[in-house]
Design a protein around this ligand. Structure first.
Ligand SMILES: NC(=O)c1ccc[n+]([C@@H]2O[C@H](COP(=O)([O-])OP(=O)(O)OC[C@H]3O[C@@H](n4cnc5c(N)ncnc54)[C@H](OP(=O)(O)O)[C@@H]3O)[C@@H](O)[C@H]2O)c1
Length: 247
C-alpha cells in the first residue's frame, strides 16, 4: 500500500477507523472522510503519532453535491485516487411493519446511493489514471435474510449487484471493484446489540466458528482486495462470516 492514496468513508469509528489505521501502518496515505470532523482529527493525530500519513475531509455521503466537492478536493490535493473503501453505513433495524419512509430513505441514501456516487467520483479519477481499487463493505445480510433487517438487507443486496456492474464497466480501465461481506463485528454500531447476552448468544449460535469477527479479520480482506496483487479479482464478494451463510 506504500504511497497509495486511499480514501476511506465512514472513517471516524468502528471498522472504518480500524482499517484506516491498518492501511496507514502499511504506508498508505489515508484520506479519512465522515461527518464528524473532530473524531477524524483525533484519528489523524493518532495515525501520525504512529508514523503514518492521514488527511481529513468532512463528508456526508448522503449528499451527492458534497461527494462531488470532496472527491474533487481530494483529487486537486493529491493528483490521483488509488483506492476507495466504501465503508460508511448505517446498521439500525426495525421489524418490517415498523419501517417508516424516513428510515428507508436514510438507510438507502447512505448505504446504497452514497456508495454509488462515491464510486462514480472515485472511478472518474481512477479511469484517468488507468488504475484503481474499490472495496465495498457489504454484509452477510446481503446474502441471507436476517429478521428485522429488511431495509439493511435490501441496501446490502444492492451493494453486491452494484459491485458487479461497476466491475464489469471498469474492468478494461485497470480498476477492480469488489465487496466484502462480514458477519457481526464488535464496533460502536453493534455494541448495544452485542452487549446484550441473549442477543450475543443468538448470534454466536449462528456462527459455526463460534465467535464474532474482529476489525483485524475485516482489515486483512480489505488489504488484499485494495492491494496491487489482486488485479485478477473483480466483481467478487468475499464472505467473512465464520460460516453463518453456509447453513
Ligand atoms: N459491525 C458489523 O457487525 C458489520 C457487519 C457487516 C457489515 N458492516 C458494515 O461495515 C460498515 C461499518 O460498520 P461499523 O459497524 O463500523 O459502523 P459504526 O461503528 O456505526 O460506524 C459507522 C461509520 O459510518 C459513518 N457514517 C454514517 N453515516 C454517514 C454519512 N451519512 N456520511 C458519512 N459517513 C457516515 C460514521 O461516521 P460519522 O458519524 O462521523 O459520519 C462512522 O464512521 C457499514 O457499512 C456496515 O454496514 C458492519
Amino acid at each position: 500500500m506504500k504511497d497509495k492514496i486511499v480514501v476511506v468513508t465512514g472513517a471516524s469509528k468502528g471498522i472504518g477507523a480500524g482499517i484506516s489505521k491498518e492501511l496507514a501502518h502499511l504506508g498508505a496515505t489515508v484520506v479519512l472522510c465522515s461527518r464528524n470532523i473532530e473524531k477524524l482529527k483525533k484519528l489523524k493525530a493518532q495515525i501520525e503519532k504512529e508514523g503514518g500519513i492521514a488527511h481529513v475531509f468532512q463528508l456526508d455521503v448522503s449528499s451527492v453535491s458534497q461527494i462531488e466537492n470532496v472527491f474533487g478536493g481530494i483529487h486537486d490535493e493529491f493528483g490521483r485516487i488509488d483506492v476507495l473503501i466504501n465503508n460508511a453505513g448505517l446498521g439500525n433495524n426495525h421489524a418490517a411493519l415498523d419501517v417508516k419512509e424516513m428510515d428507508w430513505d436514510e438507510m438507502m441514501s447512505i448505504n446504497l446511493k452514497g456508495l454509488f456516487f462515491c464510486s462514480q467520483q472515485a472511478g472518474k479519477y481512477m479511469i484517468k489514471n488507468g488504475y484503481g481499487r474499490i472495496v465495498n463493505i457489504s454484509s452477510q445480510a446481503s446474502l441471507v435474510a436476517i429478521k428485522d433487517h429488511a431495509v439493511y438487507c435490501a441496501s446490502k443486496g444492492g451493494v453486491n449487484l452494484l459491485t458487479k456492474v461497476l466491475a464489469l464497466e471498469w474492468a478494461e480501465k485497470g480498476i477492480t471493484v469488489n465487496a466484502i461481506a462480514p458477519t457481526f463485528t464488535y464496533t460502536p454500531g453493534t455494541a448495544e446489540r452485542l452487549d446484550n447476552p441473549d442477543y450475543l448468544k443468538n448470534v454466536l449460535n449462528r456462527i459455526p466458528v463460534g465467535k464474532v469477527a474482529t476489525i483485524r479479520d475485516i482489515a486483512a480482506a480489505i488489504i488484499y482486495l485494495a492491494g496491487p496483487n489482486s488485479g485478477m479479482v473483480t466483481g467478487s464478494n468475499l464472505v467473512i462470516d465464520g460460516g453463518w451463510t453456509i447453513k
